[in-house]
Write a protein that binds this ligand. Structure first.
Ligand code: SF4
Length: 279
């Protein structure tokens, strides 16, 4: 009798111990993950070839809430040429795990074509301009190029693998509709600027605008003072290339779409884009 009771007691103690251990381990591993999980950057295949950089970035956004919106790729090549190249670009920011394919411009091509990379390193910095947070990843340049060459997954594929965003709750609202009495018949028309019959009356107030004819420009250039805001390149990337510290006109820039060049010039916050009309 006593032996049976003792055996049952030991079994109960062992079972309780097992449950407590499992609970402690799972709590600790979750806590470790929350406290110590490192941000992760994976290199993807860019659709811009050697002018682009595609990557995915994941981090613990519960511990470090931030909206990441800028990437910088920096080459330190002390024994090769060039010895240093740095390219950075802003992108559409994200506040949870994301992937982006960023057009980095000619600087990226220069970086990838550098010589004597035996002792070179490449640093990738993903940063948040609004939250003042940045995460850096360092690679041996040779290894980085190898990873780029082997990358097969694209941003589209990565995004397809992300869990779908939680759907927002729907709230039903009471809908009411009213049916009004028909308006009495009258031969009058309302004066609206969109009615061509009254276009002349609104022209002086600037409410109508004739469609402008496109034109070619003979020259487009950037005066000193560019603040690298990217606006012009976003509007007309075939003409404008924004680098780290200024904006350039691409060597083969098409000059036959004056309206688009004008739009970029009007969007420039410091008005440094200049051009002359052809003819
Ligand atoms: S819009 Fe103006 S300031 Fe912005 S990048 Fe272009 S030239 Fe520079």
């Amino acid at each position: 009798m006593n032996t049976t009771l003792i055996a049952m007691g030991i079994a109960a103690l062992l079972a309780i111990g097992l449950v407590v251990n499992v609970a402690v381990i799972s709590l600790l591993s979750g806590g470790f993950h929350f406290l110590f999980a490192r941000p992760r950057l994976d290199i993807l295949k860019s659709e811009f070839g050697d002018h682009g950089f595609a990557f995915s970035f994941s981090w613990n956004n519960a511990r470090e809430p931030a909206k990441f919106d800028k990437v910088k790729v920096r080459l330190f090549n002390p024994f090769g040429t060039p010895t240093q190249v740095e390219v950075s670009k802003a992108f559409n920011g994200a506040n949870s795990n994301f992937a982006r394919d960023v057009y980095m411009g000619i600087g990226m091509k220069k970086l990838l074509a550098a010589n004597g990379l035996g002792n070179a390193t490449i640093e990738i910095e993903v940063s948040s301009s609004t939250d003042g947070l940045n995460q850096s990843f360092s690679y041996r340049a040779v290894k980085f190029l190898e990873m780029l060459g082997e990358a097969t997954s694209t941003v589209k594929k990565f995004e397809g693998e992300l869990p779908p965003a939680a759907s927002k709750p729907l709230f039903q609202t009471v809908q009411r509709s009213f049916i009004s009495e028909p308006l009495p018949e009258s031969g009058k028309t309302i004066k609206l600027s969109t009615n061509p019959e009254f276009a002349g009356e609104f022209a002086s107030a600037g409410t109508t605008k004739a469609a402008e004819e496109n034109y070619s420009v003979s020259k487009v250039w950037i005066d000193p003072g560019c603040i690298v805001c990217n606006a012009c390149e976003a509007i007309y990337p075939e003409v404008f290339e924004v680098t780290d510290d200024t904006c350039l006109i691409r060597p083969e820039a098409p000059l036959d779409n004056g309206l688009l060049i004008q739009e970029a010039a009007e969007a420039c916050p410091v008005e440094v884009i200049k051009f002359t009309k052809a003819g």
